[in-house]
Design a protein around this ligand. Structure first.
Ligand code: COA
Ligand code: AMP
Length: 638
């Protein structure tokens, strides 16, 4: 029997134009689109081509105009500063329109790029919305990235303006952002004209005139401005994500398709409408933060929670449940890592039992594969549906999920359920043939992708086509491997490339290798992601030293760990590295990372026929065992 979610999915695939034309009614248009899907520039598809609208108007002004100005837009909860306050839609409008006014006054116009390097505070959302208001393209850079990563993004996006705060606050203490920004600007070849700096009282940054301007003063002296009417296809933002090389990919999101898709997902997937409370405990620096801390909830007039804290330690493992109960959160979204951290501290859920969680209908998990244990534990402890769902920075909203606002289907732990309407997901073999049910292959999405997904990579159409569209023409390559079972449920098992997922953060092993090779003693490096009970995966490096290097293991480790922290940032969580005499390679010189990973994770592996020196795998195994991995006697396949 076909259920409601299945019939919605079928409609969206058979007649995408009617499906999305209908969905487009969820937003306010300055000019209602008549051209719903434009295929003229295939394989670049455009949605709502002749429509005009403004994302900020839809996320803020229209709710005020409809009488919802006194409703809470943002509820800022910051255990790390012991601060909490609420911002109504009226207040949000005032803040955003004045900040936009200031930006216009210094010459920021439609199409200009603005980099935002900020912590989890409401001003970060104001900054994003102010850009959207005047058609500037924002690019938020996660605060856990180091100066060098920031400067790479500045060079690529070429912003006229950077918005930043003096510091972020982590459980370990104050993390000054401004010195990192100064450093990044000095490293960057692109010259940034203006920086607007929010000085937080925990750390006063010195401002370098005339480039740096104090945020509070600038906004106090600015007048509010109205929204600029934009083409639906104009870019709203660039969000950099890890690719397989050290150069991050600048995912470009449009305005119209994005607003429509997010509104659709808030209602049908997350089961949230105006006035309800939604909380995504992530960071605005990631796509989850863009879509479901800022834009999604505000587009539908709901209340979003901005949480400056962690799942544990700020102050304890009850933080999530305390906030959900106190603020009547209906749908909650976090990463499996966060639940694993909580489970470790509260294995029997004693803290959970202390709160009345009757407001909570369901919890969503994404960002990394959700192991069945984590799902089963949280479901048992909460007594609520726990919904694993799968998506990526590129797609901007879920590709596979249980539609909690439509017709929830049975939960199968280990699976993010079935493809969401709009996405035609298939599993292909290396030759491009669809594999039978239950057999693994490359997970792809048939073009056209639905509204809200990436339109290209920033000023790099070629890389977009090469990375995603060239392997299987007509299909978007997700980079994930998995299978579909007899009931149409999807299982996402691993990446097919060198991307690793550390505590729900996506990082490139290629970037780690580049950094390790910067060390004067290192000739060659290989980095793999190994399984970790808390973070899902952590990076592990092996380096080959240059001839004649005289450095103790301890010193080498210290220096390499510090180098990665300095170059990539603390978010890299890089703690495991060892020197080896030689790396395992094929005769053509390709490092056998997949085999190394299997050995580390105690999986069966076969010695590739093309290996240059089989002895190197023994070296790898022994080294890994010394490092606490590869500690089971696995069979080598013939
Ligand atoms: N600004 C500056 N530094 C940051 C930062 C930020 N925005 N975010 C993280 N860091 C730093 C941390 O302080 C830490 O530094 P340290 O090595 O000096 O302690 C480092 O980056 C690693 O941080 P994190 O990944 O948070 O790991 P942790 O060991 O401190 O905490 C968890 C473990 C499980 C609590 C944490 O990883 C977590 O909350 N995970 C959930 C992830 C998540 O929500 N992902 C979003 C995808 S949906
Ligand atoms: P990011 O672009 O940082 O959101 O990372 C996206 C990648 O994280 C995906 O391509 C997957 O590899 C992984 N991922 C995210 N959510 C899930 C999930 N629910 N199950 C399995 N893998 C996931």
């Amino acid at each position: 029997m076909v259920d409601l979610s299945q019939s919605l999915h079928a409609q969206s695939i058979q007649d995408p134009i009617s499906f999305w034309q209908d969905a487009a009614k969820m937003i306010s248009w300055d000019r209602v689109p008549t051209q719903i899907l434009d295929e003229a520039r295939k394989p670049f598809y455009e949605w709502f081509t002749d429509g005009k609208m403004n994302t900020c108007f839809n996320a803020v002004d229209r709710h005020v105009a409809a009488g919802g100005g006194d409703n809470i837009a943002i509820n800022y909860i910051s255990p790390v500063t012991q601060n909490q306050y609420q911002i109504t839609y009226n207040e949000l409008l005032a803040q955003v329109s004045r900040l936009a006014g200031y930006m216009q006054s210094i010459g920021i116009e439609k199409g200009d790029r603005v980099v935002i390097y900020m912590p989890m505070i409401p001003e970060t959302a104001f900054a994003m919305l102010a850009c959207a208001r005047i058609g500037a393209i924002h690019s938020v850079v996660f605060g856990g990235f180091a100066a060098n990563e920031l400067s790479t993004r500045i060079n690529d996006a070429k912003p006229k303006l950077v918005l930043s705060a003096s510091c972020g606050i982590e459980p370990s203490g104050v993390v000054p952002y401004k010195p990192l920004l100064d450093d990044a600007l000095e490293q960057a070849s692109h010259q940034v004209g203006h920086c607007l700096i929010l000085n937080r009282h925990q750390y006063q940054a010195s401002l370098i005139a005339p480039r740096d301007v104090d945020w509070q003063q600038a906004v106090a002296g600015a007048s509010g401005v109205d929204c600029v009417s934009l083409q639906a296809t104009d870019p709203l933002y660039i969000l950099y994500t890890s690719g397989t090389t050290g150069q991050p990919k600048g995912v470009v999101r449009d305005n119209g398709g994005h607003a429509v898709a997010l509104c659709w997902s808030m209602k049908h997937i997350y089961d949230i409408s105006a006035d309800e409370v939604f909380w995504a405990a992530s960071d605005v620096g990631w796509v989850v933060g863009h879509s479901y801390i800022v834009y999604g909830p505000l587009l539908v007039g709901a209340t979003t929670i901005m949480y400056e804290g962690k799942p544990i330690g700020t102050p304890d493992a009850a933080a999530f449940w305390r906030i959900i109960a106190a603020n009547k959160v209906k749908s909650f979204f976090t990463a499996p890592t966060a639940i694993r951290a909580i489970k470790r501290e509260d294995p029997d859920g004693e803290l959970i039992k202390q709160f009345d969680l009757s407001c909570l209908k369901q919890m969503f998990l994404a960002g990394e594969r959700c192991d069945p244990d984590t799902l089963n534990w949280s479901q048992a402890m909460l007594g609520k549906p726990v919904i694993d769902h799968w998506w990526q920075t590129e797609t901007g909203w879920p590709v596979a999920a249980n539609l909690m606002g439509v017709d929830p289907i049975a939960i199968k732990p280990g699976s993010p359920a079935r493809p969401v309407p709009g996405y035609q997901v298939e599993v292909l073999d290396a030759m491009g043939k669809q594999v039978p049910a239950n057999e693994s292959g490359n997970v792809v999405i048939k073009q056209p992708l639905p509204p809200g997904t990436l339109t290209t990579l920033w000023q790099n159409d070629n890389r977009y086509v090469e990375s995603y569209l060239s392997m299987y023409p007509g299909y978007y390559l997700t980079g994930d491997a998995g299978y579909i079972d007899d009931d149409g449920y999807l299982y996402i098992m691993s990446r097919i490339d060198d991307i690793i997922n550390v505590a729900g953060h996506r990082l490139s092993t290629g970037r780690f290798e580049e950094v390790l090779c910067q060390h004067p003693a290192v000739a060659e490096a290989a980095v793999i992601g190994v399984q970790d009970k808390l973070k899902g995966q952590v990076p592990l490096g092996m380096v080959v030293l240059k001839n004649g290097v005289d450095l103790s293991d301890e010193d080498l480790n210290k220096q390499l760990l510090a180098l990665v922290r300095q170059e990539i940032g603390p978010v890299a969580s890089f703690r495991l590295v060892s020197a080896v005499p030689k790396l395992p390679k094929t005769r053509s010189g390709k490092i056998l990372r997949a085999t190394m990973r299997k050995i580390a994770d105690n999986q069966e592996y076969s010695v590739p026929a093309t290996i240059e020196d089989p002895q190197t795998l023994e070296i790898v195994r022994n080294t890994l065992t010394r490092m606490g991995y590869a500690n089971a006697l696995t069979k080598t396949l013939a």
